[in-house]
Design a protein around this ligand. Structure first.
Ligand SMILES: NC(=O)c1ccc[n+]([C@@H]2O[C@H](COP(=O)([O-])OP(=O)(O)OC[C@H]3O[C@@H](n4cnc5c(N)ncnc54)[C@H](OP(=O)(O)O)[C@@H]3O)[C@@H](O)[C@H]2O)c1
Length: 291
């Protein structure tokens, strides 16, 4: 069933329909009608927002029409089910942030700061920024420094080092844009462009995103002033775009860049969420709902 209005509703209403999980990988068991892009037996992966019950189910019914927001692609044959399920949401989030800073980054010698370079979204923002030839500084803890460098960061700033100030390091780097996967306000105003998926909040229980404008007048004012040119910094708090074109780009991602922190059995969903909200995850958590 299609719910074309759902993408336009505030998230406080969405939980009525929303279940747990949006990414998935699996095998098509039935496909509707002539002209369908899929047939039984196809191996697919993707993301389906606003699905009643979410994707932590053995069988899901996906409306693949454009208005549903779902993005479904054939699974690359050499990716495991876990790898295929691990990428869509965080890859799309990273792609969306990159698209939103791209026009602000200098064509030659572009410089981008990624706050939260070891987060599941941040590691792909680092990778995509480096792919574009930009110089990338990323914040992470010392234990993740080598990992974030391996994703493409030119340098890192250790946010756990009490002798280092992240804002001071960012200011000294003079970035064209800051992409924020951590939240907070410490680095606001340190680049002409600031894109966040988290907003001013630092509470991991809230998903962040543009609906925070409704509750935080300061964020709204900041965004408006930047938009009408009354602030030297342009600021946006965004939600990921469910874009087919963005997800297709992941097909060229080297397999070794699909980073999975832990794979859980279906009976371990609680443990998976406890690990997620710990804020210590490197890469993605995957829950297997079937063999
Ligand atoms: N608006 C949207 O559309 C959207 C979409 C996706 C995600 N999000 C939001 O984006 C945020 C990131 O999500 P995620 O799944 O990518 O996160 P995640 O993978 O769960 O983030 C965990 C990572 O963040 C690092 N980290 C924690 N605190 C940090 C800090 N102060 N500075 C730098 N790194 C820090 C941790 O490293 P250490 O263990 O080394 O500390 C860990 O590697 C979440 O708040 C999520 O709700 C929003």
């Amino acid at each position: 069933m299609s719910y074309p209005i759902l993408p336009h509703l505030p998230t406080c209403i969405l939980p009525l329909h929303k279940g747990v999980g949006e990414d998935f990988s699996g095998i098509v068991v039935g496909a509707g009608g002539a002209g369908s892009a899929f047939k039984p037996g196809d191996e697919v992966f993707g993301i389906v927002p606003y699905l009643p019950g979410g994707t932590l189910q053995e069988t899901i019914r996906i409306d693949t029409s454009r208005s549903s927001g779902a993005v479904v692609l054939p699974k690359p044959a050499d990716w495991s089910w876990e790898q295929a399920a691990a990428v869509p949401l965080v890859w799309l989030t990273a792609q969306t942030t990159i698209a939103r800073v791209e026009s602000h980054v200098q064509t030659k010698n572009g410089r981008v700061m990624v706050l939260g370079g070891s987060s599941a979204c941040g590691m792909y923002a680092v990778h995509l920024a480096r792919q574009r030839g930009w110089t990338v500084l990323a914040s992470c803890s010392g234990r993740n420094a080598e990992f974030v460098r391996s994703m493409g960061a030119d340098d890192i700033v250790d946010y756990t080092d009490t002798t280092t100030s992240v804002p001071e390091k960012v200011a000294a780097f003079v970035p064209d844009a800051i992409i924020d996967f951590v939240g907070g306000t410490g680095c606001l105003g340190l680049a002409p462009r600031y894109v966040t998926v988290v907003g001013d909040k630092t509470d991991r229980a809230s998903p962040g995103g543009r609906y925070l404008y409704l509750w935080n007048p300061q964020m709204l004012l900041r965004a408006v002033l930047g938009r009408i040119g009354l602030s030297r910094c342009s600021y946006t708090c965004i939600n990921l775009e469910f874009s087919d074109a963005f997800l297709r780009e992941v097909l060229s991602l080297p397999k070794d860049k699909i980073v999975i922190d832990t794979v859980y059995e279906f009976g371990q969903v609680r443990e998976a969420f406890e690990r997620l909200i710990s804020g210590r995850v490197r890469g993605k958590l995957v829950v297997k709902v079937a063999e």
